[in-house]
Design a binder for this molecule. Structure first.
Ligand code: TRP
Length: 460
């Protein structure tokens, strides 16, 4: 037990209520990863077969790691670096897992803000009725993302918003947004699902999305599914450690973890129900199109929402507004990890930490902003064939999170130990529902699955 480091610090901010925490954690999880990332990755990896593997990854790996991060966070009340330091022996290398998380957060934020910038631009594009029936949505996307000034400008605008919320701090900044947003986003998505599945051509899309062809499953598909699950659930870099550090000892961590996991997965599933029927309706190929695919496909739906053109304008503007806010509650958690580290460990003020890290992440994001048409070689990296944004997403949004999650599960399962974890979960009312199952999943299933998949990548 380590109590020394815990008694010196002043009490930190906590969430205003249990609901507020659950919503904020859900706000971190639900974002571009669900609505932009999931359909894009699913489309590239075989549709329904990917969906099956994804759901298994969420249940058997994602949910247990979610609980693990919340436990570490609430136990230590620290940022990821401080958390690993508090729970391991002095001088131990485990703090590097926290350090990797801080770095990963800043880099994910760099390209996340670029995509979120497109959603800001689309709020205005939809509001002025750009997407009437038959509009060339691919060309419109090319205008937004392919112009260096608009791409960088919207990226900057979104980064400023993120920094602003993080400066506001946990209570005022993060809580307020999420409470209204989540239900509204859910309702709007449900209506869009209804529109999409009633389009002509929808059955082919539903077939692609829901009828698995298991011969399409291979190592790459499994890795993409695990990586996407971690990205979507905000796991593997300590975001949930950081959010868990603000949770009161009276909360039930198990139900929190299950709710956030379930809600996040439902939203991603619904996004697929919108994108794939629309994609087949429009006669497009799933799996091509890269980071712009969802923007091109979604907007092609707007022209067919009655009464024209107002239906499309109202739906489109509302949708991109909610998506931008959902992205904001996620980007805030990416920045908050690094900010909490500077605040806790380096005694930097919240203000300064947020501004400097935001500036850094903005600069790192510039090549991603130029990677969708503005600069040729960034849009198609020599030797790799993908664009720079997709490259960063793969390395930091998938690999780094998979590796981070591996270390988190090894740490809690074998080093700090599930006994200590058990005590922390029972801190509120003495119960740990599904405790045995979690124990087994976090000690054996998660690490073995991750190691196996990484190892099989190395094989010829
Ligand atoms: N989960 C968010 C999304 O789906 C993105 C995100 C926020 C994230 N915080 C994170 C991803 C931490 C990985 C780690 O859009």
């Amino acid at each position: 037990m380590d109590t020394t480091t815990e008694s010196v610090k002043p009490p930190r901010d906590t969430w205003g209520s249990k609901l507020a925490f659950v919503l904020a954690a859900a706000g971190s999880a639900i974002g571009l990863g669900n609505i932009w990332g999931f359909p894009t990755v699913a489309g590239q990896n075989g549709g329904a077969a990917f969906l099956v593997v994804y759901l298994m990854a969420v249940v058997f790996i994602g949910a247990p790691v979610m609980l693990a991060e919340l436990i570490i966070g609430r136990r230590t009340q620290r940022n990821p670096v401080g958390a690993f330091r508090a729970l391991s022996r002095p001088g131990s290398r485990w703090v590097w897992v926290g350090g990797l998380g801080v770095l990963t957060g800043v880099i994910i934020l760099s390209f996340y803000s670029v995509i979120a910038g497109w959603t800001l631009a689309y709020i205005f594009k939809t509001a002025i009725g750009t997407f009437e029936h038959g509009a060339d949505t691919a060309a419109i996307f090319g205008d937004v993302a392919g112009n260096p000034w608009t791409a960088i400008g919207w990226h900057l605008a979104f980064m400023i918003l993120t920094v602003g919320v993080v400066i506001g701090g946990v209570r005022d900044g993060i809580e307020r947004w999420t409470k209204v947003l989540m239900p509204a986003l859910f309702v709007l998505l449900a209506l869009l699902v209804f529109r999409a599945v009633t389009l002509s051509g929808a059955p082919a899309g539903l077939h692609f999305y829901l009828n698995p062809d298991f011969s399409k499953i291979n190592v790459r598909v499994v890795l993409a599914a695990i990586g996407q699950a971690f990205f979507s659930l905000s796991l593997g870099m300590g975001a949930m450690i950081t959010y868990g550090s603000y949770v009161s000892k009276k909360d039930d961590l198990v139900s929190d973890a299950l709710f956030v996991t379930g809600f996040d997965t439902l939203i991603a599933f619904m996004a697929g129900l919108i994108i794939f029927p629309t994609l087949f309706h429009a006669g497009l190929e799933p799996g091509t199109g890269g980071p712009g695919m969802v923007f091109v496909v979604l907007t092609s739906l707007l022209g067919s929402i009655p009464p024209a053109p107002y239906g499309g304008i109202i739906f489109g503007t509302g949708f991109f507004l909610l998506l931008a806010i959902a992205a904001l509650t996620s980007s805030v958690s990416l920045l908050e990890v690094a900010a909490a580290w500077l605040i806790d460990e380096r005694n930097v003020s919240r203000h300064k930490a947020a501004i400097w890290l935001g500036a850094l992440s903005f600069v790192i994001g510039i090549p991603s902003a130029l990677a969708n048409g503005a600069v040729g070689w960034l849009s198609r990296l020599p030797g790799l064939g993908t664009d720079f944004l997709t490259f960063l997403f793969t390395v930091f949004g998938q690999y780094s999170l998979v590796i981070g999650s591996l270390f988190i599960s090894l740490f809690i399962g074998w080093v700090w130990g599930t006994r200590n974890a058990d005590v922390e979960v029972r801190a509120n009312n003495g119960k740990f529902p599904l405790g045995r199952t979690w124990n087994f999943l976090i000690r054996f299933v998660a690490p073995v699955a991750i190691v196996a998949i990484l190892a099989s990548l190395l094989l010829p």
